[in-house]
Design a protein around this ligand. Structure first.
Ligand code: 5RP
Length: 223
């Protein structure tokens, strides 16, 4: 069962004519954009903003109108994936490296719909390494500060072995926090470090989490 596709397609059912939609990034968001493109080709009239270059390219290829940020007040619904979701609908995101743009778009959204397979649900966040976007300048010092928080940061590498670079020209430090008991506190600590641009904890941002299950059922969790 493709649990990602299941969740993604259910989320797209909520999109209506006239909406402004935020397009997430990753293999689950990919299915949502595909489905949205299909609905646009069938006559749905929406406009969209994207959280990464690759999602934008996918959307344009499907005929989904991408509009300039200056023309968007509030996004009605953003549909995006996640790496982990806990019982309070707090998230770790950024496995795909787009956490900064994803957070900017989510913060401007009336509703953030998170689409996941059931394997992403956890009791406590932290088994998935927490991505932290850092600026290249003096990044060694930023890594020192992350080590000071006992986060064992590792600079992410791209497939070619070079340092992974985000769409914003920054690095990602993947941090091992093991169990994040207080996501809001860690979020604040991380973003207080000079050199940290943003981190992958999405605290109180998800409005609805749509979970695709192996047996073909779908659960909807709402804040
Ligand atoms: C990208 C993300 C993704 O939403 C997250 O990594 C989940 O990815 P996938 O849908 O491929 O499992 O945060 O920055």
């Amino acid at each position: 069962m493709n649990t990602k596709k299941l969740a993604a397609e259910r989320a797209v059912e909520s999109i209506e004519d006239g909406m402004t939609v935020g397009l997430g990034t990753g293999s689950t968001a990919y299915f949502a954009i595909e489905k949205l493109g299909q609905r646009v080709q069938e006559g749905l009239t929406i406009r969209a903003v994207a959280t990464s270059k690759r999602s934008e390219e996918q959307a344009i290829g499907l005929g989904i109108p991408i509009v300039p940020f200056a023309e968007v007040g509030i996004i009605d619904i953003t549909i995006d994936g996640a790496d982990e979701v806990d019982r309070r609908l707090q998230l770790i995101k950024g496995g795909g490296g787009a956490l900064l743009r994803e957070k900017i778009v989510a913060a401007r959204s009336a509703k953030m719909f998170v689409i996941v397979g059931e394997d992403k649900l956890v009791d406590t966040l932290g088994a998935f390494p927490l991505p932290v976007e850092i600026v290249p300048f003096a990044h060694e010092w930023t890594l020192d500060a992350l080590k000071g928080l006992q986060l064992n940061p590792e600079l992410r590498l791209a497939d070619d072995g070079e340092r992974y670079m985000t769409d914003n020209g920054n690095y990602i430090a993947d941090c091992r926090a093991e169990a994040i008991e207080d996501p809001a506190a860690l979020h604040a600590e991380l973003n207080a470090i000079p050199g940290v641009v943003e981190n992958g904890l999405f605290v109180d941002m998800a409005h609805t989490v749509i979970v695709g299950r192996e047996d073909g059922s779908i659960d909807t969790l709402t804040r």
